[in-house]
Design a protein around this ligand. Structure first.
Ligand SMILES: [Ca+2]
Length: 93
């Protein structure tokens, strides 16, 4: 049997699959720095398994959803450096 990513879901260079040769496989990130929860919260790829049939190779596919978890890697940001407001001196506080 052999495992391949048959549909990268638009994330061509993000994931790769390692075939362990024992009927199992693991999906890895090629470069974890490409993952950013703020840019993409999930990916959907398709994995194909193909058997070793000599005359006719048989296969099946499964969708794999990869959910990215958030880490606190971005500082809060004010959109503007200065804000102003006007208050009457008769305003009750
Ligand atoms: Ca984050």
């Amino acid at each position: 049997m052999g495992f391949t990513i048959s549909d990268t879901g638009g994330a061509a260079d993000v994931f790769e699959i390692i075939d362990h040769g024992d009927g199992s496989a693991t999906v890895f990130t090629k470069d974890p720095s490409q993952l950013d929860y703020e840019s993409a919260k999930s990916y959907s790829i398709k994995v194909r398994v193909t058997d070793g049939g000599a005359s006719q190779q048989l296969w099946d596919e499964a969708d794999v959803a990869i959910l990215i978890t958030d880490v606190n890697d971005n500082a809060p940001l004010f959109p503007a450096a200065t804000y102003s407001a006007q208050l009457s001196d008769s305003t009750k506080v």
